[in-house]
Design a protein. Structure first.
Length: 181
């Protein structure tokens, strides 16, 4: 069974538990924190994957590190350690956040711009593009990318809306090369 399928199953189970206990927001917040630790601390995964470190020691480190977290979230982490599935934790968290966002009518969006966007600009982008994809709102992550020259490029899931100057220049170039102008 692929890691994606397995991580999705764990995410679905955790989502159902969070829904039953009315703790989805708490679970999401804690899982975002865990994801941040996983992404910023590459040595952690190396440690957890090391064959000479016992499962009990791994569980002890994780339990100590995330002691203030909800027991359901912590038990899910322990279960993944027991089953040697440490490497699917980031993927499981992504699937969980996806499910929570779907339930709330929210989508994650990456907005590429040449400068930091103001809160008002983010709200306008969220308002316009949320309607286009049938969601209530967008969680926007602003990424500074000077190579786009101007305008913005938005990535929502696997959709890309390119209103950047560099994107427009590339489209003009393709038309010129193909002779369709």
């Amino acid at each position: 069974m692929s890691d994606s399928v397995v991580s999705r199953r764990y995410a679905n189970a955790l989502f159902q538990l969070g829904k039953e206990k009315n703790q989805l927001d708490q679970f999401e917040s804690e899982l975002r924190n865990i994801r941040e630790v996983w992404v910023t601390n590459k040595d952690l995964l190396t440690f957890l994957k090391h064959p000479r470190v016992s499962v009990e020691k791994k569980k002890e480190i994780v339990a100590t590190s995330f002691a203030k977290f909800n027991t359901t979230v912590l038990n899910t982490m322990m279960l993944l350690l027991d089953r040697h599935r440490e490497d699917i934790i980031p993927s499981m968290i992504e699937h969980f956040i996806e499910k929570v966002n779907d339930a709330k009518g929210i989508a994650e969006a990456k907005v590429y711009s040449v400068r930091e966007l103001s809160e008002e600009e983010k709200l306008q982008i969220s308002h316009v593009f949320a309607k286009k994809i049938g969601k209530n709102t967008l969680n926007i992550t602003n990424i500074i990318d000077r190579s786009i020259l101007g305008g913005i490029k938005i990535r929502i899931g696997n959709r890309i809306y390119d209103g950047s100057v560099s994107g427009k220049l590339e489209r003009i170039e393709r038309k010129l090369v193909s002779g369709n102008i």
